[in-house]
Design a protein around this ligand. Structure first.
Ligand code: ATP
Length: 514
């Protein structure tokens, strides 16, 4: 099935869309609206955003019909209107003073670039896709990585850049650039650690490839009919277990795969993570010519770097210094709770603030996430919980519902700590701090804090220049020490907010989000 055969027909999202299983939900959400029957149809008001209620730059483009027409009639690529420099990035009652345009002009910002997308060597159809998404200038990682990624002969890449700075577009544009659309063969595969992230990456592939004839397929659990015997899609995005299965059964013919991408690569290559499975996928790819291997993440801890170097030999590298790891726009707080039960009370008292925008609450265990969600729901609050023990269709509908803004508070585990890009999320709560002993689903006694996961968790807010807040709950000496270790590792002050003064709490948060 062609994934970009996006027609102004009806499509159901939220639940599984049986007619267009590959339609990019975030893209649909941004350009379609729900009719009385719960079906999505193209918007008629010219506005492109439902859940991005603010004046986000991605809302400024033409209507999809106009875009399609423009694409047919304009041979030259016309950039979409540049975002106005006064555009607020943050949708709330709070005033916003820093704009994306300001940040993209600041050489110290990870969003800065001296160049335009035209100078990146992209083909005109992909440039149209980029501009249709409302991107006017590359970010730093895009500016630095794309020319290297697109040069010939292809070279491997290990790329690091802070959360929310546009790594996805860099590798998606590379996959789309390398595919020969005239061949019905799989030519690029991309692995991510969760189905939620794989689905999100796919939405970017489809949106950016909208003006090409790219065909795509998922390699995620419960997504393909059991009897499918051959996948011919150009680009396959998925999680390692299902990808192994499809390659092993030769449902995917690997002989023409030219690009192999690992998003969240440090996690995919971590021995406590998914490294065994990732290696198995690599071993099923052609030996000659070897595919271009592209590894991206916001974090590359030392213990993974060596393996990454072996996995992607002779790679071009773009690295961050330790002190650059966390994003400037995310203000980090902590609350000193009396005990574990008090954490629950504080979370409930925060509810009003959590729902100003959208919030993600991270817990250590699935059962904690469920228990908190059940209790809060019983007390009349509207929250959802998401974790790996839920079945595939439920996971899809929960994340879609959150993405569309129908749920405002999501209580979860590390399953969505990485990669998930929901611009309206302005608050992350670490109900439980992330610990090393949760890595790879193991439960050892190692209770040192997991710095990388912390960086990824708080990075679910403050996306692409927006402001965000993270709040850590500490409740005993052990959690205090863990938080201090995080503070030390990141070299950033984590500021205390009183738990018993809601007004002060609100003030501090408003100030942080300004
Ligand atoms: N050049 C650009 N101009 C405007 N917006 C952009 C640009 N590049 C990316 N974005 C937007 O920035 C947001 C973050 O991008 P993306 O999800 O790729 O970040 P990331 O670096 O992969 O983050 P993470 O490390 O958390 O996975 C997305 O909403 C994306 O659409």
């Amino acid at each position: 099935m062609r994934s970009n055969d996006f027609a102004p027909a009806t499509a159901v999202i939220g639940k599984r869309d049986t007619r267009h299983p590959h339609l990019p939900y975030s893209y649909l959400v941004s350009i379609m609206e729900k009719d009385a029957d719960g079906f999505y149809t193209p918007k008629t008001d010219g506005a492109h955003c439902v859940s991005q209620q603010n004046n986000d730059r991605s809302c400024t483009g033409p209507k999809p019909e106009e875009e399609a027409k423009a694409a047919e009639t304009q041979p030259a690529v016309e950039p979409a209107p540049a975002p106005t420099s006064t555009t607020d990035l943050f949708s709330s009652t709070f005033e916003v003073t820093v704009t994306l345009a300001d940040q993209q002009l600041d050489p110290n910002s990870p969003l800065y670039s001296a160049k335009s997308f035209e100078e990146m060597g992209l083909n005109p159809d992909l440039l149209k896709g980029v501009y249709a998404l409302g991107f006017s200038k590359p970010s730093k990682i895009q500016e630095r990585a794309l020319p290297l990624l697109l040069s010939n002969p292809p070279q491997n890449m290990i790329g690091q850049s802070q959360s929310g700075t546009g790594k996805t577009a860099a590798f998606v544009l590379t996959m789309l650039s390398r595919v020969d659309f005239s061949k019905n063969k799989t030519q690029a595969i991309c692995l991510a650690p969760s189905r939620e992230l794989a689905r999100q990456i796919m939405s970017v592939v489809v949106a950016m490839g909208k003006f090409t004839s790219v065909q795509t397929e998922y390699a995620i659990k419960d997504n393909l009919p059991k009897d499918v015997s051959r996948i011919t899609a150009h680009i396959v995005v998925g999680t390692p277990g299902t990808m192994i299965d499809l390659l092993r059964r030769k449902v995917i013919d690997s002989s023409e795969i030219k690009v192999f991408v690992l998003d969240e690569a440090d996690n995919m290559l971590d021995q406590d993570g998914l490294s065994d499975q990732t290696l198995r996928v690599k071993n099923m790819l052609p030996r000659q010519p070897t595919p271009q291997i592209i590894l991206f993440s916001a974090t590359f801890p030392d213990h993974v770097r060596n393996f990454a170097d072996k996995f992607a030999p002779k790679a071009n590298k773009i690295e961050l210094q330790k002190e650059e790891l966390s994003v400037e726009g995310i203000r980090q707080f902590f609350m000193d709770c009396k005990n574990a039960e008090h954490k629950y009370d504080i979370l409930v008292s925060l509810y009003q603030l959590l729902t100003i925008g959208q919030s993600i609450i991270f817990c250590q265990h699935r059962h904690t996430a469920d228990r908190i969600a059940q209790r809060m729901t019983a007390e009349g609050h509207k929250v959802a919980s998401l974790h790996g023990a839920k079945d595939a269709s439920e996971r899809d509908s929960i994340i879609d519902s959150f993405r569309e803004g129908r749920e405002k508070v999501l209580i979860t585990t590390n399953v969505i700590a990485r990669g998930i890009d929901i611009l309206q999320v302005n608050m992350v709560v670490n109900y439980d701090l992330p610990l090393m002993n949760e890595r790879g689903g193991q439960h050892s006694i190692d209770s040192t804090p997991d710095i990388e996961t912390y960086i990824h968790r708080i990075g679910r807010t403050g996306r692409f220049g927006r402001k965000g807040i993270s709040i850590n709950f500490v409740h005993d000496q052990r959690t205090w020490q863990q938080m201090e270790a995080i503070e030390k590792a990141l070299g950033k002050k984590i500021v205390r907010i009183e738990t018993n003064d809601l007004d002060e709490m609100e003030e501090a948060m408003k100030k942080a989000l300004k």
